[in-house]
Ligand binder design. Structure first.
Ligand SMILES: [Zn+2]
Length: 423
């Protein structure tokens, strides 16, 4: 058969250019780092503030956060991990519910603020523009657990004023208004199913304020009801895919589909227990399996990253601390994720959600604050004072209602309590 020399020449040219292009292609590890330099990570969840309380009683004067080595997070590691913004979790244990959860939460907000103000590498911000403009590691605050608001919309509003930009509706305990995914950890409000009517008011007030609704740790029925109620996109700040590991902390496929419609995101977490459900070998490929599955169900635009460093004890091999994020991006590049999909995962998807939440807030300007209070019977908390309509004062004692309990005071606590009739 006679060959056309021109065709042969063109074919050779193509082969040579392919080989040259292949040679020019950088190692995938280098590509991951280059990508992260252009698109630094916004991570949804880090529990360093909890460690600061446990290890140092929030005494920042005792530590050097640049090189701290008792935690998985320090400033040098954040820089090596190309973290551009970090949501610091303001978490207090569920046992503080109906006790001093509000004080403890304020103390955690205080330590995050002081931490971010005392290192030039860190910068407190509270808007999507603030993240985009920051040349440092932007610090944001998220409350982990609705028990921190003590069923009070006024307290929620004050947290917003202090800079809180997301709240996880529950941690491992039910609140009086939202059901948690954890069932055997605490016995608060055991008969709750999903969100109560007050719970929906919390979600709507968060929409009005511009605070993101975080559904990690909530029960599936809470998540479904919050998705139905919210006018803004929601987040899961640190959860993975239920299909890959059927842990109650993870997100089932039907909720992933609703999340795609809601234009929210699930920020995939690295906690070994929720990634691998007891499998022995857990590494970067295990995490990447969750990414692949969520992308298949809800698309790459529904995904972010929420490492949960310093919140749990076990992490996959190769992802032991906050300097290791590039290893995950490298694995996803190897699996064929495009650079534009990964720019979304690293920061753009989160920024899209945050901007939309801010837009819903701006569109709500004509709405008033919700002044409703949770019905006392739904709280069942003997420490909660109810100062409305106290019974008439008798000659020398003033019964003050404590929900179901009541205490007799020989003397009024305050001159106002001495007036003879309240209406
Ligand atoms: Zn958590």
């Amino acid at each position: 058969m006679k060959r056309d020399p021109m065709k042969l020449f063109l074919w050779l040219l193509l082969v040579i250019s392919d080989v040259l292009a292949f040679r020019k292609e950088k190692p995938v590890g280098e590509r991951a780092v280059e990508l992260m330099k252009k698109a630094p990570l916004i991570d949804g969840h880090n529990d360093l503030p909890l460690r600061l309380r446990i290890l140092y009683q929030n005494r920042l004067s005792k530590i050097n956060l640049k090189i701290l080595n008792t935690t998985r997070t320090n400033i040098q590691k954040l820089q090596s991990g190309h973290v551009g913004a970090q949501f610091w979790s303001v978490y207090v244990i569920c046992s503080a519910q109906n006790k001093d959860a509000v004080r403890l939460t304020l103390e955690q907000i205080d330590v995050v603020k002081r931490m971010c103000q005392s290192y030039p590498e860190l910068e407190l911000v509270n808007t999507s523009q603030g993240i985009a403009d920051s040349k440092n590691i932007a610090c944001l605050i998220g409350i982990e657990g609705g028990h921190s608001i003590d069923s009070s919309l006024a307290t929620l509003r004050m947290y917003y004023d202090l800079g809180v930009r997301y709240m996880t509706l529950t941690h491992t305990c039910n609140t009086p208004w939202a059901e948690s995914s954890s069932k055997q950890v605490h016995n608060f409000y055991p008969n709750l199913n999903g969100l109560t009517s007050f719970g929906k008011k919390v979600v709507m007030e968060m929409n009005r304020l511009g605070m993101m609704i975080d559904l990690s740790h909530t029960s599936d029925s809470t998540a479904r009801m919050a998705l139905q109620t919210s006018r803004a996109p929601v987040i899961f700040s640190h959860s993975s895919a239920f299909f890959v590991c059927n842990h109650p902390r993870n997100v089932p496929d039907d909720i992933l589909q609703s999340l795609e419609r809601n234009k929210g995101i699930v920020m995939v977490t690295f906690y070994t227990k929720v990634l691998a459900c007891g499998r022995k070998v857990v590494n970067v490929t295990t995490v990447a399996d969750h990414f692949d599955h969520i992308k298949k169900i809800a698309g790459s635009k529904s995904i972010g990253i929420g490492g949960d460093y310093d919140g749990v004890d076990q992490f996959p091999e190769g992802l032991e601390d906050v300097s290791k994020y590039p290893a995950l991006i490298e694995e996803l590049l190897r699996r064929g994720w495009t650079e534009s999909e990964l720019t979304g995962v690293l920061r753009e998807n989160f920024l899209r959600v945050f901007k939309e939440v801010e837009k819903v807030r701006n569109d709500s300007r004509s709405m008033n604050e919700n002044e409703d209070e949770i019905p006392q019977r739904e709280v069942q908390n003997s420490c909660r004072l109810d100062l409305r309509n106290p019974p008439l004062r008798t000659s020398d004692t003033l019964p003050i209602s404590f929900g179901s309990a009541s205490v007799q005071h020989a003397e009024p606590e305050h001159p106002l309590l001495a007036i003879t009739s309240w209406k």
